[in-house]
Design a protein around this ligand. Sequence first.
Ligand code: ACM
Length: 629
Amino acid sequence: MDVKSFLSAVTFCLLGIGAFAQSPAIIPQPVQVQYTGGAPFKLTAATTIGGNTAEAQQVAQQLAGYLQPATGFHFVIRRMGMIQLNLLSRRDTVLGDEGYRLTVKSGSVQIVANRPAGLFYGVQTLLQLLPAEIESPTVQRVRWSIPACSITDYPRFAWRGMMLDVSRNFFSASDVKRFIDDMARHKYNVFHWHLTDDEGWRIEIKSYPRLTEVGGCRVQRYGKWGDREAPQADEPATDCGFYTQETIREIVAYAAAKNVQVLPEIDVPGHSSAAVAAYPELCCTKDPNVKVSPGHNFAEWHDNGTFTMLTDNTLNPSDEAVYRFLDKVFGEVAALFPFPYIHAGGDECYHGYWEKDPNCQALMAREGLKNSLELQSYFTKRVEKIVKSKGKKLIGWDEILEGGLAPEASVMSWRGSKGGIEAAKQGHYVVMTPNDFVYIDLLQGEPAVEPDQTSYKKVRLKKAYSFDPLPEGVDPKYILGGEANLWTEKVTTIRQVEYMSFPRAWAISDIYWSPKGTNDWEKFVPRMEAHMKRSDVGARNYARSAYDAIVTSSNTNDTLTAAITTEISGLDVYYTLNETLPDAYSVLYTGPVQIPKGDVTLKVMTYRNGQPVGKMIALSREQLLKRAK
Ligand code: ACM
């Protein structure tokens, strides 16, 4: 061997050892991981997989399904195998229903759990212990080794959800399954399916076929959401999409196999243009001209945050026919979804038409309701009775607190955590989804380089990672858990769903699964990077926005100054003010930059170890001035 070959062999070994010594990156972070050292387990075509019961064998079959595409190995599941999945005959009280113990030795892998859900999560962790190439949809030539380790793991919260809005943009059944796959990978277990809104009714209701025939279709429009042209009187509504009951059953079963339960949301009494377009008699004005919105503006927004609806999108709480309608709708919904809860919406309900309606006023007088908030509370209590009569529990957005909570309602706290705190103090169950931490439709980075969203507000990755669903002074038993919620006004493809979801939903999975206080940002970043690599191999999308610079500006005494920080530590920021593109030989940022007068643009780029890692951000003096205000 010549000197050059010898040196490259040494380098190869060192790199190899380096890669091997690096801990695998598991998300969410398990409760306890011990790398026990010694030889790893080698997965080969000769490996056998076993399960001690029929249920365990089903999960073993799922494991074989996950392993097959990248390894090319076809495993036959038996009772005993080198990789062994066992359901415990005596309950392990540490693990609960979703926990597992995973032990990897050179000659064996064992996962034990009380319930199949625990085995399934043990499988997810096992997959993350394999090289990233395991995510590939095609056969890879890799040594499939799993480090020797001992893991004990169980979730912090029972409700770990992700919400997908399929009204604003319809997503196909295969897109929805892909979303569920991504959830399961990171141990989320509630798929909150926002099925109805002003922009589309997406669930077949056999008693009311027009809900999907009319409510599932809108006129075709392109361009900026909110600025789109309103539907014209006789314009055909050709942009359609809904799920048949058969498809819904199929998706519910698909999700259940991955330990994901499906929470259906029927958003009433507001957000109901699609239902009203189908059945105008459901609202006070009975306006036959209400149309399913294609993303046009149908509300006037006021400076104090309130709004006036320009068309009636609100069910009439004084009409018994509305409750008969809801009885049928919730009856069919309850029969489709085994999950004990139904989400009945309740958010952003406009009361203006109720306030002008004589029947609503008469109802208020009869029932002694002091204001329209109490009228909405009356409505929600009636809906709760309907939902309960179908054997289900009602959960609603935190507006259902206003005017008095329905007796057994649970609350999804979205306008911050305060609604959740209040509900818990009143002894109601709560799911935390505060918009300032876990609304993953919000911008995740610099607006100049992010896809436009409906709000200027941001939830940066680091902010999401700092969330604690359990506020001080609240009885933990009332906090069921939380969700990451994705509204889709401006999210039109499943690739974009993934871009908005990840890495924030990876971070949030740590928050809902891992023990309190273990959300260490500096340790999360390398784990996130490993998952980015895995996503690259699996052709799944994600955002790298956390690598972009954060530029703020101030303008004092007519001196405009830009300050630059980064979410991820250890990045170098280079900038230019001279019309050239920044590179690693431009000016290194060390402190606030004075922006000279004139037609000047600040261009910023982040680097790590001399390699570009972020997007270039270009902000004109004018933009920086606006930002300083
Ligand atoms: C909501 O974001 N309107 C619940």
